[in-house]
Design a protein around this ligand. Sequence first.
Ligand SMILES: [Zn+2]
Length: 208
Amino acid sequence: MILKTIPVTQYLTTNTYFYIDEKSGHGWIVDPAAEADKLLQIISENAWQIEKILLTHGHFDHIGAVLTISDTLQIPYFIHHNGNQYLTNPQFNLSAMTPEPIILKQAQYLKDNDIITLSANPEICLQVISTPGHTLDGAIYYDKSNSLAFVGDTIFKDSYGATHFPGGNFAQLMSSIKNKILTLPEETLLYPGHEAATSVKHEKNNFK
Ligand SMILES: [Zn+2]
């Protein structure tokens, strides 16, 4: 698999990830956060076929380029089912505090433990694992075969997500981290929504 981390910036800098099967050139984009033109150019330069947009949660700094990319490529976007109230409500997705409130009405919804399979190569799949706490809709996308997960703002290198936004809950976040993320195999690499990647092994030392 090809994994490309593209930091994009509008109000904040967020990691957008491309996860592409090199055999078929098909793959996914995780959290197209901003700078849609730059992301579309990367897709076109590489002649990738992006099958789906996957969202780790519905905060404004993770969804800023969803509409443009979904419309341009004619592909659907997916989020945990609790994401409905975030994507459709600027107070929840926090875009109300920006000059351009975001409302996304066409999402398709996922539930805990759903499996997302790449159409062009069914051997490639991601497991949806619900990890509420930073938001009610937080979910990670786990590739067991390749030992990695896209973890959004649930956990960061040496840190974890904020819990003071709508739907946030500190006890729930700690439970998600300890019971859903740190229970993955130690070699699992964790790709967060901001800053550098980390691993289950590294973070276990921080949550002793
Ligand atoms: Zn967030």
